[in-house]
Design a protein around this ligand. Structure first.
Ligand code: NAD
Length: 492
């Protein structure tokens, strides 16, 4: 299939809830339009479902739990094996839908779908991953074992920026371990995951095991307050993550809440500047900056500053903006008009605070798509952690340059920001990289890597105000989060 800018989704794909194995019209009175951020076309309307829709979905999940839990793990994952094959088969179709509702370019959406599939693959290993432990003779003639058991119904609430991958960080593990799920996807771009749910049904997922309710704050509150929901997995901004963490804990639920980010990248004088620049460009401007792993403040240490700045400006000013289904486009629009306005406003606030605006993306346009939410690469010089540009998660294609005399000073700058999601160092010194890793106090660290994204078998999540909880997404943490370790002590 060759990319064509003219293909488009239509309202032929209504956004519906999926409850007890049936596509169900929401009882919502309010709807939010789903807009193609490049063309401005309306693709659908997301219902802002009320609490009664959540209640119906939780009921279905509660009813489905006993027989799903009793289904042997090997049989449960056969459904996921079939889903994996279907996702592979529909990989490009899913990526193209995603580009249309989110805006990121096709190579990025192909990558996102691939990362999602990898989580399904990893969850297929549940029969091994979910095993317990045994110790014979903890006392004479007495044995002890741990058994991992599912807990019941989990709620999953996800953000707009990775609407395929992030739900797949969670629900395949939750259902593979024998739980049932109510997923509340982002209201901004629900269409691609709706297609994935259709594929899960085709793969044989029984009714009630995975339910989807669309909506916003009211739907999330209903999930948080529902007594039959045992735990919540959440990804979104730090303010919402913090609120949700506290509320879920108050309701006595398990919770993992991944929040926002402000990621520093440090370039040392002994770095390979060309390779560092390629990685930094992808980190800062990939997905139009709408990634929790996006580089945001770039710290040049000593003599590294000049070459870092020169290369960054050179490449950033030549990135081609456009519709992500077209060949040769390097950066798509941001997701919505309000988000574009927010990024423009933050750039304006940045200008007020005094750093030099070296490249200004505010006036960017793509003549063929006048309705697109365009914003071009933007670069500031002289950014400090106390400034809006140094503290706030901008979630747009904006880089702030800063100088440090030493590596220690660069780390100290980074520590003045309250987030702790990701960071990176560019150097040819193993000693410096080790020192950085030791001191960073940040969870996802790249060494000569721009986007330090853990793969499915490693934990994904941050520190400080980027993460609330202890068990992260993916990896072994997912198995721990979705199961309880029950201890049996036996004497015969
Ligand atoms: P968001 O917080 O606005 O929304 C996330 C989810 O929470 C959505 O499903 C939304 O409907 C719901 N929600 C929003 N406000 C709510 C409220 N007051 N009460 C209850 N629910 C509410 O986030 P977003 O704009 O969709 O996503 C971008 C954010 O997600 C960024 O901050 C980004 O850094 C973060 N993110 C973090 C990670 C990570 O791994 N830490 C990964 C991806 C995205």
């Amino acid at each position: 299939m060759s990319p064509s800018p003219t293909e488009s989704l239509t309202d032929a794909h209504p956004v519906r809830n999926f409850i007890d194995g049936r596509w169900t019209a929401s009882k919502a009175d309010d709807f939010l339009p789903v807009i193609n951020p490049a063309t401005g076309e309306k693709l659908g309307s997301t219902p802002l479902s009320p609490a009664s829709d959540i209640a119906a979905a939780v009921d279905a999940a509660v009813r489905a739990f006993p027989s799903w839990r009793a289904t042997p793990a090997v049989n449960r994952v056969r459904v996921l094996f079939r889903l994996k094959a279907l996702l592979d088969e529909h990989h490009e179709e899913l990526a193209r839908t995603l580009t249309q509702e989110h805006g990121k370019i096709l190579p990025e959406t192909m990558g996102e779908v691939r990362r999602g599939i990898e989580n399904v693959e990893h969850a297929c290993g549940i029969p091994t991953l979910m095993m317990g432990e045994t110790l014979e003779d903890i006392a004479p003639g007495i044995d002890c074992e741990t058994i991992r058991q599912p807990l019941g119904v989990f709620g999953i609430v996800t953000p707009y920026n990775f609407p395929v991958m992030i739900p797949l960080w969670f629900w395949p593990y939750a259902v593979a371990t024998g739980n049932t799920v109510v997923l509340k996807p982002s209201e901004q771009d629900p269409l691609t995951h709706q297609r994935i749910v259709e594929l899960a049904v085709e793969a044989g997922l029984p009714p009630g095991v995975l339910n989807v309710v669309h909506g916003g704050r009211d739907a999330v509150t209903a999930l948080l307050e529902h007594p039959d929901v045992q735990g919540i997995s959440f990804v979104g901004s730090s303010a919402t993550a913090r609120f949700l963490y506290a509320k879920a804990a108050q309701e006595g639920k398990r919770v993992q809440a991944l929040g926002g980010a402000k990621n520093f990248m440090v370039v040392l004088p002994d770095a390979d500047f060309d390779r560092a620049n390629d990685a930094i460009i992808d980190s800062v401007f990939g997905s139009t900056g709408q990634r929790c792993l996006a580089g945001s403040v770039l710290v040049g240490v000593g003599d590294a500053y000049g070459p870092m700045k020169e290369r960054l400006l050179d490449t950033a000013s030549s990135l081609r903006l456009g519709y992500g289904l077209e060949e040769g486009v390097r950066m798509g629009p941001v997701v919505s008009r309000p988000h574009r306005d927010r990024v423009v406003d933050l750039i304006g606030q940045g200008v007020q605070e005094g750093p030099d605006l070296l490249l200004d993306g505010r006036g960017a346009s793509v003549p063929e798509y006048p309705e697109g939410h365009w914003i071009g690469p933007t670069v500031f010089e002289g950014v400090a952690p106390e400034m809006v540009l140094g503290q706030e998660e901008i979630f747009g294609p904006v880089a702030g340059l800063a100088r440090a005399k030493t590596l220690d000073e660069a780390v100290e700058l980074m520590h003045r920001v309250h987030y702790g999601n990701s960071t990176g160092i560019f150097t040819s010194s193993g000693k410096a990289a080790r020192e950085f890793r030791y001191q960073a106090g940040i969870s996802m660290i790249g060494v000569n890597i721009g986007v330090a994204a853990p793969m499915a078998f490693f934990p994904f999540g941050g520190a400080r105000s980027s993460f609330f909880g202890d068990l992260k997404a993916q990896g072994k943490d997912a198995i721990d989060f979705y199961t309880d370790k029950r201890v049996v002590i036996s004497r015969w």
